[in-house]
Design a protein around this ligand. Structure first.
Ligand code: HEC
Ligand code: HEC
Length: 414
């Protein structure tokens, strides 16, 4: 497509209109990926018979969820523990690793515990809060009765059903192939991409937001949400795949199932890291999410504690200058147990100011950043961008003000 761009220029406006169409799905999926697509959309693989991967990773929300935290389980009444992330743009994600300075990056899930899309795919089918199958054998039995069972056997061997372990592994390979190959999961056709290719221009507000996003004294967002092309020239994913502890507020309306549970400690609860020196410093750190398609989402952060993107930006700007706005009268960082609060990032811009100081971003600049983030929306989702709720995030703040830490006992015991 990019190779043809000079031709588009030469043909003038008529050709330009062509470029604005969504990227065509011209590469057919491999048979394995096509099988994976069917598995991804098949609710008969869940204990409830009502839930597929696609029920939580919904295409119209950028393959994330509408509400953030979803129900699942055998009767669809079990409440999940974390926000459903988007599964777009995972093609190049690598397994969790550490650089020379000991900085973690990579891995799937908010805590990086799965090393590949294949390993990841095994979990939701067996998670009692999600698709809730008893074991792999139960999943394989359902696969052998699925509408695509013949295709599954044609690809994996006619006697595959006699080897449930192999069949289960083949299923995870198909799901991974689908997520790697489907062009809809890596479109790179947002307005941002078109601007970078010289095929569109930013509005004045978007341009100012883009500058604030990169300005190391203002938003400094690009320090973690990478905005430069990768080493191979591929467009930025708006994450460096690292982990950080932002001290996000506790969910203001915790579902009963979560209310009395332990605090979610993120990276340091990744069991593969149990014996790693300095693991305590990683408690409360979560994966930096991609910001592509963030404007179509309606729940933010690993705990889905915010439901308005503008509120998220206001949090970055005023977490340290006006902590009461986010944590009420209680202690700051109320979703991190007391003994781990020192892990919260207080040194990097946009943080590090004292209560009462001027925020680094004023209301106008927050609006500009919001305008910029909305340019990161893939062309197929342009109509789903959530309507901004205006400058006052009053309802959520009112709900949170004075809200005690949901379970102070748990806070002390961790
Ligand atoms: C009940 C809702 C639900 C269902 C059903 C579900 N997921 Fe997820 N998915 C989640 C949640 C929540 C997370 C984050 C969990 C965590 O970090 O611990 C997640 C994470 C992921 C990730 C990791 C994304 C990242 O950025 O690291 C992938 C990939 C994924 N799911 C694919 C699938 C596949 C494939 C299926 C079907 C086999 C599936 N999901 C079914 C809710 C769901
Ligand atoms: C020091 C690293 C860092 C910096 C700087 C940073 N972020 Fe983040 N961002 C994160 C991490 C980590 C998360 C996830 C935190 C969590 O869920 O606990 C996150 C989450 C988000 C989310 C929620 C996305 C979702 O899908 O839930 C948005 C929106 C966001 N950041 C925007 C920004 C903007 C805009 C800036 C600049 C003002 C910025 N970030 C600066 C690390 C950073």
């Amino acid at each position: 497509m990019t190779r043809l761009w000079p031709l588009g220029l030469a043909l003038g406006l008529g050709a330009v209109a062509l470029w604005l169409l969504p990227a065509p799905a011209d590469e057919p999926l491999s048979p394995l990926a096509a099988l994976g697509r069917q598995i991804f959309h098949d609710p008969s693989l869940s204990a409830s018979g009502q839930q597929s991967c696609a029920s939580c990773h919904r295409a119209e929300f950028g393959h994330a969820s509408a509400h953030g935290i979803e129900n699942g389980g055998p009767h669809m009444q079990s409440v999940g523990l974390r926000n459903v992330p988007s599964i777009r743009y995972l093609q190049t994600r690598h397994a969790l690793g550490f650089d020379k300075e000991g900085k973690a990056s990579g891995g799937f899930f908010w805590d990086g515990r799965a090393g590949s899309l294949e390993t990841q795919a095994a979990e939701p089918l067996l998670n009692p809060l999600e698709m809730a199958n008893r074991d792999a054998d139960e999943v394989v039995k359902k696969l052998s009765q699925a509408t695509y069972a013949k295709e599954f056997a044609a690809l994996n061997g006619q006697n595959i059903w006699q080897h449930p372990g192999q069949a289960f592994a083949a299923m995870t390979q198909a799901l991974a192939a689908y997520q790697r190959e489907d062009p809809d999961l890596q479109r790179f056709d947002s307005r941002f991409d078109r601007v970078m290719q010289g095929r569109a221009t930013f509005s004045a507000a978007e341009e100012r937001g883009w500058a604030l996003f990169k300005d190391t004294e203002k938003g400094n967002c690009a320090a973690c949400h990478t905005a430069e092309p990768a080493a191979d020239g591929s467009p930025p994913l708006f994450t460096d795949h690292s982990y950080d502890n932002l001290g996000v507020p506790r969910h203001p309306h915790l579902p009963t199932a979560v209310r009395d549970a332990d605090f979610d400690l993120g990276l340091c609860r990744n069991t593969q890291l149990a014996s790693r020196p300095g693991i305590g410093d990683m408690c409360g750190a979560f994966k930096v999410p991609s910001l592509r398609n963030v404007a179509v989402r309606q729940a933010f952060f690993h705990n889905a504690s915010m439901t308005d993107l503008r509120e998220v930006l206001a949090f970055y700007a005023t977490r340290d200058t006006d902590p009461a706005r986010w944590y009420g009268r209680g202690p700051a960082f109320n979703d991190v147990p007391t003994k781990h609060r020192r892990n919260v990032n207080r040194s990097e811009v946009p943080y590090g100011q004292k209560p009462g100081e001027q925020p680094r971003l004023n209301e106008q600049e927050i609006d500009d950043l919001l305008a910029f983030l909305r340019t990161l929306t893939d062309a197929d989702l342009a109509d789903s961008v959530a309507k901004p709720r205006g400058a006052t995030a009053a309802p959520a703040v009112a709900a949170r003000a004075g809200q005690p830490v949901a379970n102070p006992k748990a806070a002390n015991s961790l």
